[in-house]
Design a protein around this ligand. Structure first.
Ligand SMILES: CC(C)(COP(=O)(O)OP(=O)(O)OC[C@H]1O[C@@H](n2cnc3c(N)ncnc32)[C@H](O)[C@@H]1OP(=O)(O)O)[C@@H](O)C(=O)NCCC(=O)NCCS
Length: 177
């Protein structure tokens, strides 16, 4: 197991803020038989893998650094994604803190005959920007632009409070007495 490295020195505190649109990303995949269960529906784990990658792309673009996934919360699967369907994963940074940032990933299925989109899944992932020694580093501030950006920015603060409280509870429960 890796030993915990000391925090890196503050080095990017003066970076200019970045707009949400600068890191917003989209990833497109076709569902293949190897991605699916025997009923022809995409495996939840495979979709989560793609969500992690789509989220990491937006996080990398915002931070211009390495990032690691610290946590994933609120994943739902609203309807099955079938073999042969086109999956579109849209990711954007909702809010940043000191060294971490929340990215929202929304998954759609596209009917390529009609171009109709079906919202199938959503998730919020927290990434931490790290240097080559995996030490957390500061991330550039975020500039929300649209009303939707500002709503996500506000809501992310509520989720972080809940997420960190849960983390604190889990750590205290598993700490040797
Ligand atoms: C994520 C990681 C870098 C955090 O390191 P750490 O030594 O715990 O660092 P800190 O306690 O200083 O926390 C750093 C930041 O991460 C955030 N964080 C840590 N764990 C978190 C969690 N479970 N959920 C949300 N945020 C978390 C902290 O709130 C802090 O954010 P802030 O600086 O913006 O306030 C470290 O736990 C790690 O490397 N984990 C493994 C990551 C990995 O391998 N991911 C792939 C999936 S297995």
């Amino acid at each position: 197991m890796a030993t915990k490295a000391k925090s890196a020195p503050v080095q990017n505190a003066r970076l200019p803020a970045k707009r949400v649109s600068e890191s917003r990303s989209e990833m497109v995949e076709v569902v293949l038989p190897n991605d699916a269960n025997p009923l022809g529906a995409m495996l939840g784990g495979r979709l989560m893998h793609l969500m992690d990658i789509a989220g990491a792309i937006a996080a990398h673009r915002h931070c211009n650094s390495y990032v690691v996934t610290a946590s994933v919360d609120y994943v739902d699967f609203r309807s099955p994604v079938r073999v042969g369907e086109v999956v579109i994963l849209r990711s954007s940074v909702n809010r940043v803190w000191r060294t971490s940032l929340e990215v929202g990933v929304k998954v759609f299925c596209e009917n390529y005959l009609t171009r109709e989109l079906r919202h199938t899944s959503s998730a919020y992932l927290t990434f931490v920007a790290v240097d080559e020694q995996r030490r957390p580093i500061l991330v550039p501030p975020l500039k929300p632009e649209t009303a939707a950006d500002r709503r996500r920015f506000r809501e992310a603060a509520i989720r972080r409070k809940f997420r960190l409280a849960q983390r604190h509870r889990r750590i205290s429960r598993t700490r040797p007495k």
